[in-house]
Write a protein that binds this ligand. Sequence first.
Ligand code: 7TS
Length: 407
Amino acid sequence: MPINIEEIRNLFPVLHQEVNGKPLVYFDNAATTQKPKQVLDALVQYYELDNSNIHRGAHTLADRATRYYENTRSAIQKFINAKEEEEIIFTKGTTESINLVASTFGRKFISKGDEIIISTLEHHSNIVPWQMLCEEKGAILKIIPISEEGEIDLEAFENLLSEKTKFVSIVHVSNALGTINPVKQIIKSAHKVGARVLLDGAQSTSHLEVDVQDLDCDFLAFSAHKLYGPTGLGILYGKREVLESMPPYQGGGEMIKEVSFEKTTYNEIPFKFEAGTPNIADVIAFAKAIEFIQQLGKKEIKEHEDELLSYATDGLNSIKGFIPVGTAKEKVSVISFNINEMHPFDVGMMLDANGIAVRTGHHCTQPLMHRLGLEGTVRASFSVYNTKSEIDRLVAAVSKIAKIKNK
Ligand code: 7TS
């Protein structure tokens, strides 16, 4: 069934406001999505009725909070089709999920001369942790090149692979350009040389069906806040046997089985990687975000977003001075662009004056911008609650801005 946009918009209180005297148009969804009412209500309800520490209290509230918390783990397991609930670890974001793998898997399995492969499209959070690891271990970071359109060079990737390759960490969908990478093929090739693969799913999980068993990735990292959920909550999926082979991340409560000054033993997964009191309220509320997505249907969401993408692409491409950045064949609903010689920040300010929220700059992908010979771009990213009439407003505003410069 096609989605009912007005009904959906009514679930998002934040959308119903004016910015600079104009109705807000929120096109910064790749940075973070807005949260529906049921997620906000779940946060308040938790603090008003259930607040208590989990996994340790012998009382009703603690029991209830633990049950809700673990229900979210189970909802995530189904959401990404993981085999087992224990393969889902809560972190504070994609960034922490990647750092967890780099520092624990890296500590145990990466040695001098080993090679780790990432791509030119990566977000800084999938570059810097690997650089830090390589520096510490004397390992080597190899980079997959891309085309002018923003697509990964698969042949070059195949040529980078060897028995030295121990790890491939790759973005599923580029946050800066929207490119969807052929990750299934990348994973298959990496496995042939015995390398493990992490998918940065920060941008893919909100737009695409992500099935970790079908993809056969060893790890998947993503953030709740880009999926209509709260900030400060991330997920790391890992295959059971890989997670079990890794040393713990942080030491403290919850992650232990038995502590003595002579010898401490560690808890089973997932708790081995969840030291300390976790982000209970946000985990509980995130289940409502997943429910929201599942009620609408991933397929229906994607159809709506694809329609917005093609409508916006057609409208913007007709403007003289509009320069698209990233024109991959397979894309999600992200449009990166520049206008003539204008600085992206100036364009962003002018759009904001029209009530239109976009992101400008390097989008935490400085090496990518460098490869494209750009300082940055303006990025409009669309979500399920956006409409064609909002895109009309973007096209009209961009057209007006381009005319100033064309004069
Ligand atoms: N990887 C990708 C592909 C991302 O898009 C982001 C955030 C991250 C990792 C980091 O996620 P975090 O939740 O840990 O911060 N991307 C963006 C963005 O494009 N604009 O703001 C944040």
